[in-house]
Design a protein around this ligand. Sequence first.
Ligand SMILES: [Zn+2]
Length: 270
Amino acid sequence: MRKLGCYVWEQLGNSLTENMREIKKAGFDSTFFSWRKDTDVESYMRTADEIGLCVETLHAPFDKINTLWEEGEDGDIYTEELRKCIKLAGVYGVPYVIMHTTAGRIVPKTSHIGLLRYGKLVNQAEKSGVKLAFENLEYARHLGLILETFKSDTVGFCYDVGHEHCYTPGIKYMPLFGERLYCTHIHDNLGLAPTKDVDYRDDLHKIPFDGNIDYKEVCTSIKKSGFEGTLMLEVCNCKRYSFYGELSPEEFYAKAYDAAVKLRALTDGE
Ligand SMILES: [Zn+2]
């Protein structure tokens, strides 16, 4: 049966490792966490191993990702930081690193230097035996260029269902990049605000079926692509809204797991 996964971070009063245990207890097979310079990967990997939860991806940092497309030292420094994340994934046997190609609504144009730097990351990934999965965000152009430029087994697509709905209404990513699909990020929201200004505000990261995404369509597109990998939820009790503030961690992850089982049935049949 297809694996189900859920993003882990510290929330609802629990530490990250406590939530790993809740995720496992709820029934999930896999998880992923965000990597920062001070992330204690060693202890997270140890806990995951202990409880039998598979860490399928590391989420690379993205706060300064726009600098990769711009001339200057900042982009070089950030490339090195990302290289560290990829190397660590290799060291700990995490098969995928999730990458952004831009951050925010105001982004630089695609550039030669940007592709050179992403090329360095692809080389590192090849050396480390890790695959890079680039996710869809506010713009399709940078993502399309990277997938087009690096047509290797090391580079693929992370389908972010929530981002597609709230950032790029009208664009369907699976027909474009479904053949290169490595990973999924599944979460819900209410789409783009009526003001139509694309903003992080609309990226709610709710549990599937708590927003208005058409999951029948989403799951059919995943099935149609031939992808057999994990349905990975990227849900959280988003700090600025705290939709799930009333739930205990146990209740939150149980609710998420029920939604994931429903998604699997929509994808693969009962
Ligand atoms: Zn995502």
